[in-house]
Design a binder for this molecule. Structure first.
Ligand code: APR
Length: 238
């Protein structure tokens, strides 16, 4: 598959981290309850929820932040890191995930469009600081000392990060690959159409067909830990 391509954009979602034991949002890899079945989106993942009940929102994200630090990358993250290291053309891994498993696997060209669990955003000074602990006790911002830190996660109704960079990469892409995402949340769900518009080939790797599956030239169904290493092997060999 590799020969005809030079510039690759890869979109990843919760499905790539499912086999590392991190809950997906809408359908669990193990058939178990998804994150949003246990919490209503509007109770924890909107600016209004945070204004209404900051303790509830902090508790939810403190738990998730602690949990991801106990998880490890799986073969799908490892394979993308290898592709990143070996691909001499342009490559951008755009992840909707707020975990750091792409980075811990060794990937470098990663953009977190929905923010990062291991950062806190200060609502007073606007600086994003590395953060591994809890926020529920309102620790001071390391930069301005204001007790105004919030999870650095993009909530529903907020603007995703680094969209200019992402669209610039999509405009140049000749291959767009979507991995482990349900295609339910925009703007990420629209990337496949943006890629099609510039003539890129489009490939979906997912456990089941996503909502925008019809836009992909090719869909391969199965667990990311099997599909992604096999695809990377096609791209850069063993
Ligand atoms: N391998 C591959 N795909 C998988 C696996 C697996 N092991 N397990 C689950 N999937 C697939 C599911 O079939 C589903 O299509 O991953 C997808 C996960 O979809 P969602 O739970 O909707 O997650 P995602 O697409 O990342 O959600 C997008 O929505 O709630 C917001 O901000 C949140 O970033 C998130 C965004």
């Amino acid at each position: 598959m590799a020969g005809q391509f030079r510039n690759i954009v890869i979109l990843t979602g919760a499905g790539i981290s499912a086999e590392s034991g991190i809950d997906t949002f809408r359908s669990g890899a193990d058939g178990g309850p998804s994150l949003w079945e246990q919490h209503r989106v509007e109770d924890v993942a909107t600016p209004e929820a945070f204004a209404r009940d900051p303790d509830l929102v902090h508790r939810f994200y403190d738990m998730r932040r602690a949990a991801i630090q106990t998880k490890v990358p799986n073969p799908a993250h490892d394979a993308l890191a290898r592709l990143d290291a070996q691909w001499s053309g342009e490559l951008l891994i755009v992840t909707q995930n707020v975990d750091d498993l792409h980075e811990r696997a060794g990937a470098r060209r990663v953009v977190h469009m929905h923010g990062e669990h291991l950062k806190a955003l200060c609502e007073a000074c606007g600086v994003r600081s590395d953060w591994r602990g809890a926020l529920i006790d309102r620790p001071p911002c390391p930069v301005c000392q204001a007790r105004a830190l919030r999870p650095d996660v993009v909530w529903f109704g907020e603007m995703p990060y680094r969209m200019g960079e992402i669209y610039a990469a999509l405009r140049k892409a000749d291959l767009f690959v979507s991995i482990g995402t349900s295609g339910a949340v925009y703007p990420a769900a629209g990337f496949v159409r943006d890629a099609r518009q510039v003539g890129a080939a489009t490939l979906e790797l997912n456990l089941e067909r996503s909502e925008g599956s019809g836009w992909f030239h090719e869909t391969r169904l199965g667990p990311a830990s099997a599909l992604v290493p096999a695809w990377v092997e096609e791209m850069v060999g063993l």
